[in-house]
Design a protein around this ligand. Structure first.
Ligand SMILES: Nc1ncnc2c1ncn2[C@@H]1O[C@H](COP(=O)(O)OP(=O)(O)OP(=O)(O)O)[C@@H](O)[C@H]1O
Ligand SMILES: O=C(O)C1=C[C@@H](O)[C@@H](O)[C@H](O)C1
Ligand SMILES: [Mg+2]
Length: 165
């Protein structure tokens, strides 16, 4: 079994949800970069974006990746963490990367009522699709990919456990 596990993927692909369930099943600790940042800053991601802008949030993400460390740790990341080369380097160096893939139509269904993701606010579907496409090559650098579309959390966790054996 590998040491640290980084879970990447687009917004709504299930990183936070699957990471929690995987950690419980494996007996690993789990840390979510978005939650870690919110705790450190004492503010929600939406507020950080509104008050300081996206580049500031991206600096906080790199710092989070550098600071979060442990043994047999599952780290669930923010959907945009793969955009910075230095972030990709940190994850490659410190562990194995799992990409949770999800069809965009299902992402829209999962996040239909969500108001906590600033990059989805006020954006029409074609702009979100452009963002998704622009990120794909970076998600695809992962060590493992799992398609989560139409699958239950339990099923995804079982698939991940057999992949990681
Ligand atoms: N396999 C799944 N089937 C159905 N719903 C799911 C699945 N995975 C996650 N969800 C739901 O989709 C929503 C988003 O999931 P989650 O917050 O885990 O995504 P995320 O990848 O962490 O997103 P972000 O990049 O914004 O942090 C939640 O309501 C969650 O319950
Ligand atoms: O895809 C993104 O860029 C983001 C995803 C979320 O996890 C948060 O990190 C934030 O809302 C930005
Ligand atoms: Mg998340």
């Amino acid at each position: 079994m590998v040491n640290n596990i980084y879970i990447t993927g687009f917004m709504g692909s299930g990183k936070t949800t699957v990471g929690q369930a995987l950690a419980k099943s494996l007996g690993y600790q789990v840390t979510d970069t978005d939650k870690w940042i919110e705790e450190m800053e004492g503010q929600s991601i939406s507020t950080i974006f509104k008050q300081y802008g996206e580049p500031y949030f991206r600096d906080l993400e790199t710092n989070a990746l550098q600071q979060i460390s442990g043994n047999q740790l599952i780290i669930t990341t923010g959907g945009g963490i793969i955009m910075r080369p230095e972030n990709r380097e940190i994850m490659k160096e410190k562990g194995e990367i799992i990409y949770l893939q999800c069809d965009l139509e299902e992402v829209f269904l999962r996040l239909n009522d969500d108001t906590t993701r600033p990059l989805l606010e006020k954006e029409d579907k074609s702009n979100v699709e452009k963002l998704y496409q622009s990120r794909l090559p970076f998600y695809e650098e992962a060590d493992y990919t799992i398609n989560t579309t139409g699958k239950s959390i339990h099923f995804i966790v079982q698939e991940l456990k057999s992949l990681l054996k």
